[in-house]
Ligand binder design. Sequence first.
Ligand code: OFO
Length: 166
Amino acid sequence: MEKALNEQIAMEGNASNKYLAMSCWCDGMGLEGSATFFAQHAEEERMHMLKLVNYIQDVDGKAIIPAFVAPQSDYTDINEVVQTAYESEQKVTKSIYKLVDLALKENDHQTHNFLQWYVSEQLEEEVLMRKIIDKIKLIGEGARSLYYIDQELSNQAATEETGEEA
Ligand code: OFO
């Protein structure tokens, strides 16, 4: 179980870096709202990673801090960025489910309980990315679409900042 939790540390850390790279790409494209949104998510993923580190240490295990894996730094457009983020969340969800399965198999009730927070969090994140993809489809492609997409992500970032429901 400890080995699998350590692998999840790497996954969350890599997700954090992936979002940070997305934020930089958006910033470079003048998409300030989107850059803020992805920077916030980079922070969130780092928090997910730290939560795992602390848990492993709390149960008298040894948390292993992994090396960075270089994230994708270039994208064709904002659609690709959001789609990549969504697919990445889906992969993380699968990985969390595997951890839950393993905790059950090993009768590790404590870890099973700890992981429930991640199960709920993943649902929230998948729903959020899907909603953004849907909004981007609604906005459509046109000269001003980028402005509105960025506005949407900016609103989302502000909502998360205040902790209100989207
Ligand atoms: Fe760590 O929740 Fe997203 O990936």
